[in-house]
Structures are given as C-alpha cells and as structure tokens.
Design a protein around this ligand. Structure first.
Ligand code: UD1
Length: 370
C-alpha cells in the first residue's frame, strides 16, 4: 500500500485502551503486512504486560499526570509534558510515521502533540461519553475522530461529527463461534456441561464490589446449581470462596483468552467498561451490568442502550448484594429461554467489524492529507 508505510499507535493505562489498539494493529498487519507498526505506552500501564507478548514493538515514553479537565496551558508548560512529547517526537521521526492513531490514556497526549507539530495526520478513537481527557486534548489538533457506539455523537457535543466505526475487537473474539468452542472451554475450566455458567469479570483491573458480592453468594449459587467462572481481574485483591461447594466455582486471576470465558458463559456479570460492552454485544452474551460508580456515569451510559434493547440488566454498585444475586441472577441464570432472548437482543446491538471500519477511516485520513 503506497500511502502507508509506518503507523504509530498510542494508548495505555488499562485494558480498555490497549485491547482495541492491539486489535487495530492486527487489522493493519493483516491488510498491509509490510507496514511498520510502533506502539507508544507509559512506564507503568498494563501495555507493558499486554503489548510485547502480542508481538508488537512497544516504546515507553516518560509519564506525566493530566489534570481531570482539559487545559491547553498544560501543553505549553515546558516540563514533563515537553519531555514526553519530545520523546514521542523522536520516535515518530525515527520510524518515519505516516499517521498517529490514538486510543486514549495519558500517553496519547504527547503523541498527539508531537504529531501535530510535524503536521502528521492524527486519528482518535474514543469509546466513552464523556470522552477521556487525553482524547479531548487530542481533539484540539484533529477532526478525525472515530467512536465505538452509535449513541456517542448525540451524547457529547465534542463527538457530534465523529464517525461511528465500532470497537476493534480481538480476532479470537470476532471469529468466535461460542457454541462450537463451548465444550473445549468447559473442559479447560473444569466446568460441567449440564449446569448453567455465570461468568464474572470486573474488567481489566477487576472490581472489588463484584468480587466480594459474588464470593459471598457462592453457597446460594452452588445450591441453585449454578457454576461460576470468576475472573478476579489484573490488579485486585484475592477473595475467599468456600471449599466444599457441590458444583464448580472456578477462580482465575486474569484471563488472557477471553474467548474461552465468553464461550463458557450462559450469563455474564460485569462492569460496564466500553470494551466489555462491545464484546458482550458483538458475541450476543446476555449480561448483568454493574457500572463503576465513580466514573461520571460513563459506564452506565455504555450499558443503558443494551439494556433498553433487551440485551441485559443493570444494577447499581451499591445494590449488588448476595441477596440481590439470589433474587435476580439465580432465576435468570436458570431461565434458558429468557437468556436466549437477551443474547439475541444483545447481538442486534453489537458489531464485529470495528477493526476494519477504523482502518478504512485511518486510510481516508491519510489520503486526505496527501
Ligand atoms: C474503572 C474505569 O475507569 N474503567 C474504564 C476502563 O475499563 P477497563 O480497562 O476495565 O476496560 P473495559 O471493560 O472496557 O475492557 C476490558 C478489556 O479487558 C479484557 N479482559 C478483562 C479481564 C480479563 O481477565 N481478561 C481480559 O482480556 C476484556 O476482554 C476487555 O477487552 O476503560 C474503558 C474503556 O475506555 C472505560 O469504558 C471504563 O470505564
């Protein structure tokens, strides 16, 4: 492809920024195997655990903290921001970048700034409402903004002209046939094929409230014949589960092969992180969403359209108790017909082609600047 020789992808912090970046990198590699792909990350983010094993070049640039609001004066202060954007710029020059694609997270800001100084095209991919601080800063430098969900352009003024492309998802997920993989997934986790499986995940960092509430409901779930596959989350404290349960309750610290979890699941209990919502809906997994309460209603906004279209349920963090689980999750997990209807509704909302649609948008942005 003549237009594109080298792309730089910036994004970091939690899985929510990194997995879409990786899925997009895979799409670039699939279509343009000769294009150089470089990723920019921060020293302590999960990118250090997730990007190198995926086989991509990760360059780490000095970290700095952004304020919670967008403040352009920050970009003029010649201290840590200057150091970070100088480091980003050196990498852009070294790899002769044609375009910078940013997925959010603090590390994106110096990349946007360095690209703007070099008059390189910048593309921003945003999945949240309101958009994250880093991407809002990036929007000062480019109009090439893509979003993950159809409700975003109406929900935020800064996204009103954005292109809806969906969320790039890992190919292990976009190619997933849940029913076909289910026997292998159940076998691998030591789960029984004759009982429903509740798949619990609090997002890439885990969710303490969810972990403790489900663990406290372990006996009630087991006695109702519901198996639990519980992913603790990368940066969360361990919790206790009774040892003598009559049906399996499997705890996993972190699941790299999420396709196995989704294949095993009859029902999911999760936070409302944007990528999680993109995945449950793309795969038609019925879910009970427990939005993270301290993120500006962002996660509630992610889950609400799915719930309104019949693809899931919503419960406040403070209401998720063992009693609530007994009253609402146990009957739902045993109701195959209702689960099937919810799963079908979820998949009508979801899409699997976000990686391809974002690539098309990036190619248009590059072509426009030539
Ligand atoms: C508390 C917080 O601020 N969370 C934000 C963060 O969530 P977080 O980083 O948790 O991101 P998401 O819930 O959107 O996505 C989690 C990703 O991690 C993967 N995964 C998770 C657990 C596991 O064991 N293995 C695994 O691979 C999931 O498959 C998914 O791809 O980024 C999202 C996207 O910007 C935001 O919408 C969330 O509000």
């Amino acid at each position: 492809m003549g237009l594109l020789r080298s792309v730089v992808l910036a994004g970091g912090g939690t899985g929510g920024h990194i997995y879409p970046l990786l899925a997009f990198a895979d799409a670039v590699r699939r279509h343009f195997p000769d294009v150089r792909i470089t990723t920019l990350g921060s020293p302590k983010g999960m990118e250090n655990e997730l990007i190198p094993p995926a086989g991509y070049d990760l360059r780490v640039i000095p970290a700095f903290q952004l304020p919670r609001s967008v403040n352009l004066n920050l970009l003029r202060t010649p201290d840590r921001m200057y150091k970070s954007s100088h480091a980003a710029g050196k990498i852009l020059d070294e790899v002769q970048a044609d375009v910078v694609v940013g997925f959010g997270g603090y590390v994106s800001v110096p990349a946007y700034l360095a690209a703007w100084r070099r008059e390189l095209p910048i593309v921003i991919h945003e999945v949240n409402v309101p958009p994250g601080v880093a991407n809002r800063m990036g929007m000062k430098f480019t109009k090439n903004v893509a979003v993950g969900f159809p409700n975003q352009p109406q929900a935020a003024e800064s996204l009103k002209d954005a292109r809806v492309v969906g969320v790039p998802l890992r190919t292990a997920l976009t190619h997933l046939d849940r029913a076909a993989l289910r026997p292998q997934a159940l076998y691998q986790f030591g789960l029984r094929p004759d009982l429903p499986v509740l798949f619990v995940s609090g997002g890439s960092s885990g969710a303490r409230t969810i972990n403790l509430a489900v663990a406290a409901a372990a006996k009630r779930l087991a006695h109702a014949g519901i198996q639990v596959l519980h992913v603790q989350g990368g940066r969360n404290d361990p919790f206790e589960v009774p040892a003598d349960l009559p049906v399996p309750y499997v705890v996993i610290p972190y699941l790299s092969d999420m396709q196995l979890g989704y294949a095993a699941a009859d029902l999911m209990l999760c936070r409302g992180g944007a990528i999680t919502v993109a995945e449950t809906t793309a795969l038609g997994v019925p879910a009970v969403y427990v939005p993270y309460p301290h993120s500006n209603q962002e996660q509630k906004r992610n889950a609400l359209p799915v719930v309104e279209s019949g693809g899931g349920m919503l419960v406040d963090n403070a209401e998720l108790t063992p009693e609530w689980i007994e009253q609402h999750i146990i009957p739902l997990a045993r109701d195959r017909q209702r689960l099937a209807m919810m799963g079908a509704a979820a998949s009508r909302y979801g899409r699997r082609d976000g990686d391809e649609a974002l690539l098309e948008f990036v190619l248009e942005a590059v072509a426009k600047t030539r």
